[in-house]
Design a protein around this ligand. Structure first.
Ligand SMILES: [Zn+2]
Length: 252
């Protein structure tokens, strides 16, 4: 039930004809886990809290360092050294006091990861490690939770929504083998401009809001952005029958 204050606060998005009151109520009821509160997770979390998403689980085991501040806009000089989930809660609580915020100050894995994914409407993977990405993917496949994923390095990025409940591909179908370097390592070695992760993180929040409000989203495709030339293209995603994560047990 929306209050008068809600109607004012969210008026700009309530005005959208295919969003409206129903969309707002869906956001208020929604539960989203964000894994990784760095360059991608920062804008994603900020826009979801600002839009009135009701419940956010925020997971990151790292502490804020000075080299994060160039692009990780959840954090600032006053939270240097603080765990990123705690820093995120501080910022997001000031932004929207009605969003229920649950910090998880560890690198999620194993049973803790399964417990964090269970019961969520959507998981956003904004992490920078392949091992985390694979583990989050497996948990989402097993628990039937859609996974929205983005990555960015240098001036390039990509975005996809993986939903195996309807026969769609999973993250592992797209990346059967882990690349030699993690995004964390790639960022440290190859560099990245802040707005590049900002664009991809904003797209994460955009697709999340559309998904939660029942609007059409990117489906069965991965969006590839080259932000040096501002060009984009899309690759068709196909489920691999022998995928180790989502393939049928007989063909794995
Ligand atoms: Zn798969």
């Amino acid at each position: 039930m929306l209050t008068d204050a809600d109607l004012v606060r969210y008026s700009r998005q309530l005005l959208l004809p295919d969003f409206g009151i129903d969309g707002q109520q869906a956001l208020a009821a929604a539960r989203v886990l964000i894994v990784g509160l760095g360059g991608l997770g920062s804008p994603a979390a900020l826009y979801l809290a600002a839009a009135g998403v009701g419940h956010l689980r925020l997971a990151d085991g790292d502490a804020v360092t000075s080299s994060n501040l160039q692009r990780q806009i959840l954090h600032d000089e006053t939270t240097l050294g603080m765990n990123k989930a705690a820093s995120a809660v501080r910022r997001l609580a000031a932004l929207n006091s009605t969003t229920r915020l649950q910090p998880i100050a560890t690198h999620l894995q194993g049973r803790a990861l399964a417990e964090a994914v269970a019961g969520q409407d959507l998981v956003i993977d904004a992490s920078d490690r392949f091992s985390t990405r694979y583990a989050v993917n497996r948990a989402c496949v097993e628990l039937g939770v859609p996974l929205l994923s983005a990555s960015a390095v240098r001036l390039e990025g990509q975005l996809a929504l993986f939903d195996t409940r309807s026969g769609g591909a999973c993250y592992r179908c797209l990346y059967p083998l882990a690349a030699a370097d993690d995004a964390q390592q790639a960022c440290a070695e190859s560099g990245v401009l802040g707005p590049v992760v900002g664009v991809l993180g904003s797209l994460l929040s955009l697709e999340a809001l559309k998904y939660l409000a029942g609007l059409p989203t990117l489906r069965d495709e991965v969006l590839m952005l080259d932000l040096r030339t501002l060009s984009q293209y899309r690759l068709r995603l196909q489920r691999k029958p022998d995928c180790p994560d989502c393939g049928s047990p007989a063909t794995r």
